[in-house]
Design a protein around this ligand. Structure first.
Ligand SMILES: [Fe+2]
Length: 531
């Protein structure tokens, strides 16, 4: 028969464990330490701590030493079953010198001879079991049982502390999550307050998504203008440009199409295993797709993809859904703003055209100036955005003449100094009218400066050279050419040759030499282009 170690050594073990309990908060380490010391002190083969799952009525292995992997990680037993189950149900410790003689014993690990089980208690209730098994007969004295009970109390305390710590960590995580949520909502709230043009809103949504929610790739998908059943990517971060242009998703197709159809958000841990999956935009594995809902209508879908399966958790999904619902309001506002502005633009365009048509001398002037400025712009190699500005500004460049008295505007003679001063207000008047239209921002600027001179002697700001917007410089030449070659109440149209020479002579003074060169090419007078 094997004798346990001396009582003095065992007291030392208890002391060591008590000290460790005060400093070690990591539960696995602590349990490991307790089991290891118990095994050494009692010279046994196996030692385990089981916790009681009160709801299931089962004891489940929490930590073990000396058992094989399967038992150490998966063993469990019903309360009332076996010796440990008896201890759990009675709350009494048990020492069985020979388990083979005990009817309660349920054969488990082969070769066990003796078993000791003591309950772990909290406020009198059993919360687990400290269990030791030996393949050799054990002799336990009262002192040993008392020591084991003391150790069991330490274990119970450690488990309780650890569970408190776990709760604290969980609350901290929830709190952090809540703070992040509020930050995002705060930012999106500010965005909503501004009522920005749609493109600005979409850019801001993606910037916030990337910055606050840490996505690598995220996209806003909205229906096509001419087919409301097909989604296209209206704005995206983290996707190749070619992909963004190419992607078209039909209602009900794939994960995004289904969210668009149903209006129900989806979190898919691994898209390759999802039913109806269509190979993704960038080969993402984990996907979140949320409908952009406005008054029950699905405006589009906000979609995020991650490369690793399961990389978006439930908390992230809730946050993303909240973000999408806020973003939807911003998008709806922007769309309404766009519609309003488009109506406003159409109204003033019609008004400007009607005013121009009343005067036989200026009829068609704006259209001709626009046509010529467009060709000059093409010759200068302007970008798509600048060409759009020319077209927008062209038809409305003299819109501000609405605010000039007829007596000045239609005077059949040269203007006086004062009258010229009055006429010179028309670029600013026009800009004021158009200033409310966000999408006319660049065009407004071109209109304001279409009477500037390259040498700085123009109006209203006296800008010099490159300070004048290039589109405005192109207008200056086109406008002058059309004015000179048209009849006016007080003079006949100039001959083309004289008008061209006037423009060439003023190159570098009134006009930008580059624009003049482009103009000469456009009207087929390359012969006049200086060497
Ligand atoms: Fe003008």
């Amino acid at each position: 028969m094997v004798h346990a170690e001396s009582p003095v050594n065992k007291l030392a073990v208890l002391n060591e464990i008590s000290t460790a309990l005060m400093s070690e908060l990591e539960l696995p380490h602590l349990l490991e330490l307790i089991l290891d010391r118990v095994r050494t002190a009692f010279d046994v083969d196996r030692c385990a701590i089981l916790h009681l799952d009160a709801n299931a009525g089962r004891l489940k292995m929490l930590r073990a030493v000396g058992y094989d992997e399967v038992v150490a990680h998966g063993f469990e037993i019903a309360v009332g079953e076996g010796i440990s189950g008896w201890v759990a149900s009675t709350g009494m410790p048990a020492f069985v010198a020979d388990v083979r003689q005990d009817p309660r014993y349920v054969p488990g690990v082969t070769g066990a001879v003796s078993e000791v089980a003591v309950p772990l208690k909290r406020h009198g209730d059993v919360v687990g079991i400290l269990d030791i098994e030996s393949t050799r007969p054990l002799r336990m004295q009262d002192f040993d049982m008392e020591l084991l009970s003391a150790l069991a109390a330490k274990c119970a305390a450690a488990l309780y502390t650890a569970s408190l710590l776990q709760d604290l960590t969980a609350s901290k995580y929830q709190l952090e999550q809540r703070v992040r949520e509020l930050q995002v909502l705060n930012h999106v709230g500010k965005l909503l307050g501004q009522v920005l043009p749609l493109d600005d809103v979409l850019r801001e949504i993606l910037r916030l998504a990337r910055e606050k929610l840490h996505f690598r790739s995220c996209a806003v998908l909205l229906p096509e203008a001419d087919d409301a059943s097909v989604l296209r990517i209206r704005a995206a971060v983290g996707y190749p440009e070619a992909t963004v242009d190419r992607v078209r998703i039909h209602r009900g197709e794939g994960i995004t199409g289904k969210v668009f159809e149903s209006g129900i958000p989806r979190l898919v841990d691994d898209v390759t295993k999802a039913a109806g999956y269509i190979p993704g935009i960038i080969g993402g594995r984990c996907e979140m797709a949320c409908p952009l809902l406005s008054r029950g209508r699905v405006l589009g879908v906000l979609d995020a993809e991650g490369e690793e399966p399961g990389c978006f958790d439930e908390g992230m999904f809730v946050l993303f859904s909240t973000f999408a619902s806020q973003a939807a309001i911003a998008i709806k506002n922007a769309q309404m703003l766009e519609r309003q502005q488009s109506i406003y633009y159409q109204t003033i365009s019609s008004l400007a055209a009607a005013l121009e048509a009343r005067d036989s001398y200026t009829r068609g002037h704006s259209e001709r100036v626009t046509g010529l400025a467009v060709r000059i712009g093409e010759r200068l190699g302007l970008r798509t955005g600048e060409m759009a500005t020319i077209r927008q500004a062209g038809l409305l460049h003299d819109l501000g003449k609405i605010g000039i008295p007829d007596g000045v505007l239609n005077k059949p003679a040269a203007l006086s100094h004062e009258e010229r001063g009055e006429l010179q207000h028309h670029p600013a008047f026009g800009t004021n009218i158009l200033g409310q239209l966000a999408f006319m921002r660049q065009a407004s600027r071109a209109i304001l400066h279409h009477h500037e001179r390259f040498d700085g002697n123009g109006y209203p700001s006296g800008l010099v050279g490159a300070e004048i917007p290039l589109v405005a410089r192109a207008f200056a030449v086109a406008d002058a050419w059309d004015a000179m070659t048209s009849d006016r109440p007080y003079r006949d149209a100039m001959k083309d040759d004289s008008a061209v020479m006037e423009i060439v002579d003023n190159s570098g003074h009134q006009f930008d030499p580059d624009v003049v060169r482009a103009f000469l090419h456009v009207i087929g007078r390359e012969d006049l282009v200086p060497e």
